[in-house]
Design a binder for this molecule. Structure first.
Ligand code: MN
Ligand code: MN
Length: 298
């Protein structure tokens, strides 16, 4: 991965999901839907002119239980130390915690931008050694992997519980933006809030596909209605992320066995392409998304 601007890594891990499993097939499902085009017409950039990436393949999950706090953080740290920007394909959302252990080792506590319908800050009723896909960001705060005050969670809706979702996290300074508020204030205003929050800090972006409405992304384990269209999701990524100092991404909770016609994997590929676009814009010195697109620049 040394010399690669970005590295695509599969973590086919789904033993810490709380409802329907199947995200172990996420990385392969997403890559099957991949196309080799490199022009992002909405941003007006041919990413291949600025960045090169490698496909690292899947991390070995033969003994997934041991890998969780063993080979996942170790291997992620070794990858990060080569200077590349990881784009991890999950896997259930519990994998973001061992990823963040690696980021902490390399960069110290980072800021996160967390797109999800859930806060994933549960786990008040368990010890700190317990990890599932509802606990990664509580544990990330407890283990000082992230700076909650310069981090933000975006898209929460439905199934929310006061202490699990907002008690601990809010006390630590981690803010969230409800889906309903995004629907009212719009994508550009939301992006401004996100950018203000993380500022110039090093950022890890974690995107749970259930941020998107199940009408557009049914292939996931814990879908929640009243989410975002594909278009809104992609626009929010462009408006909020381009120009930030992003050190890594993950895209989790894609479960192809619940998908319909592969639409979730197709969207996931487009999200990865937007992530690659962010890496390319960083290298090209583009500081923010030009609102009308820059198709003439391609
Ligand atoms: Mn999640
Ligand atoms: Mn979720």
């Amino acid at each position: 991965t040394s010399g690669a601007d970005y590295t695509i890594i599969g973590i086919p891990f789904d033993i810490r999901t709380t409802y329907r499993p199947g995200t172990r097939f996420g990385p392969d499902g997403i890559l099957r839907a991949f196309s080799t085009d490199s022009v992002n017409e909405a941003v007006g950039i041919d990413t291949s002119k600025y960045v090169k990436g490698v496909d690292y393949g899947n991390l070995d999950m033969w003994n997934a239980e041991k890998a969780y706090l063993g080979s996942i953080p170790q291997e992620m740290k070794a990858i990060l130390e080569t200077g590349t920007i990881p784009i991890v394909l999950g896997g259930d959302h519990s994998i973001t915690f061992p990823e963040l252990l690696a980021y902490k080792d390399v960069y110290g506590p980072v800021s996160i931008i967390h797109f999800d319908s859930h806060t994933d800050t549960w786990g008040s009723d368990t010890d700190k050694e317990h990890h599932d896909h509802s606990t990664p960001f509580r544990r990330a705060i407890e283990y000082d992997c992230i700076d909650p005050k310069t981090s933000i969670q975006v898209g929460m809706r439905g199934g929310l519980f006061e202490e699990s979702d907002f008690g601990f996290a809010n006390n630590a300074g981690l803010e969230h933006i409800y889906a309903v508020d995004i629907h009212h204030m719009g994508i550009e205003k939301t992006a401004e809030l996100i950018r203000e929050k993380v500022g110039n800090n090093k950022v890890m972006v974690t995107f749970d596909i259930d941020f998107v409405d199940p009408a557009f992304a049914p292939g996931t384990g814990t879908p929640v209605s009243c989410g975002f269209t594909s278009r809104q999701a992609l626009e929010l990524i462009r408006h909020s992320l381009i120009g930030l100092d992003i050190v890594g991404f993950d895209l989790v909770e894609v479960a192809p066995n619940y998908d319909a016609g592969g639409i979730t994997s197709i969207l996931a590929c487009r999200i990865v392409k937007e992530f690659i676009t962010c890496v390319a814009c960083k290298k090209a010195g583009i500081k923010e998304y030009a609102k009308k697109g820059m198709i003439e620049n391609v």
